[in-house]
Unconditional design. Structure first.
Length: 73
C-alpha cells in the first residue's frame, strides 16, 4: 500500500489479494485488474492474466512475487 500510495497518478489503492507460502501476481488491462496465486510465478501470472482477460483488454502482469516458505515444526 505504501508503494501504491506514493505514486502521484494513483489515488485509489486497495488490497485485492493476500498470500503466504506461495506466489501471487496481478495483471492489469483496459481498466480491469486480475489476480492469481500458484506454486510458481509462472502459474500465478497465468491465473492473473486469465482473471484480467475476463473483462479487460491488452492485459499485462504488473506485479509478481513469491512469499518465503513457512517452516512447520
Amino acid at each position: 500500500m505504501k508503494r501504491c500510495g506514493s505514486s502521484r497518478d494513483i489515488t485509489d489503492c486497495k488490497i485485492i489479494s493476500t498470500y503466504f507460502n506461495q506466489c501471487a501476481a496481478v495483471a492489469w488491462g483496459g481498466g480491469v485488474e486480475g489476480s492469481g496465486t500458484g506454486p510458481t510465478i509462472a502459474e500465478a501470472s497465468k491465473a492473473s492474466l486469465r482473471s484480467c482477460q475476463d473483462g479487460g483488454t491488452d492485459c499485462k502482469v504488473i506485479f509478481s512475487e513469491c512469499s518465503l516458505p513457512e517452516r512447520i515444526q
